[in-house]
Design a protein around this ligand. Structure first.
Ligand SMILES: [Fe+2]
Ligand SMILES: [Fe+2]
Length: 220
């Protein structure tokens, strides 16, 4: 790895650490908003895992770029503020869309795509990265299941969930643009990550496929 690649990767890890702390705060708060005991236990476990992920990324950033401080990209901060506002309103639906679906969906893309490149560059933490990816996939699946249940049983409109997803995906596109240097230094295309995040969404949530399904009331 060149020194520039090390610095840019450390910058990416610092941003991931911010995202993990956000996911931790969110899961803890969500556990207090749900009255289902199993869901509460899952979210408490998720919160513990997100804390461990944050420490792992902090350690990896320090290892690659000791004593360097990276400012959080403004769009990522906006994402965090928006999610925190939703949590302070006890808006479980918005918090699931923002954290478990969009943020975790992007995290999964980054980890999956970078795992290969990082192995090639001889960056360590391989075992931890794979464990982390499995845990994030579990959080995403939980979020999607809970959201789908809410659409069936609560007063949550699908159009509202679409609007929320669109808003948070736009923020992710801004985050990718602000971190373009990071992806360029690693020979990666930032747009691929957002495209991958969208392609991984279920059809009823994917902006390009949902219109065709909206006429079908069985689509949820
Ligand atoms: Fe995480
Ligand atoms: Fe997660």
């Amino acid at each position: 790895m060149t020194p520039a690649q090390k610095t840019q990767t450390a910058r990416l890890f610092a941003a991931l650490e911010y995202g993990e702390r956000l996911a931790h705060d969110c899961a803890r708060r969500q556990a207090s908003l749900l009255d289902d005991r199993r869901a509460q236990r899952f979210l408490q476990t998720q919160a513990r895992q997100e804390s461990a992920h944050a420490l792992l990324f902090r350690g990896a950033a320090d290892w690659l770029a000791p004593k360097q401080w990276f400012t959080t990209p403004p769009a990522l901060r906006d994402f965090g503020n928006s999610l925190q506002r939703a949590l302070s309103r006890n808006d479980l639906t918005e918090s699931l869309v923002a954290s478990q679906i969009v943020l975790e969906g992007l995290g999964e893309q980054i980890l999956t795509r970078l795992n290969h490149g990082m192995d090639n560059h001889g960056i360590g933490f391989s075992r931890q990265r794979k464990l982390l990816l499995r845990q994030e996939q579990g959080h995403y699946a939980f979020g999607l299941r809970t959201l789908e249940q809410r659409l069936q049983t609560e007063y949550t409109r699908i159009e509202h969930v679409h609007e929320l997803a669109d808003g948070y995906i736009r923020l992710i596109q801004r985050i990718s643009a602000e971190m373009a240097d990071v992806f360029a230094a690693l020979d990666e295309n930032a747009a691929d990550y957002t495209d991958g995040l969208i392609a991984g969404l279920p059809a009823w949530l994917d902006p390009s496929r949902r219109t065709a399904l909206s006429a079908n009331s069985d689509s949820v």
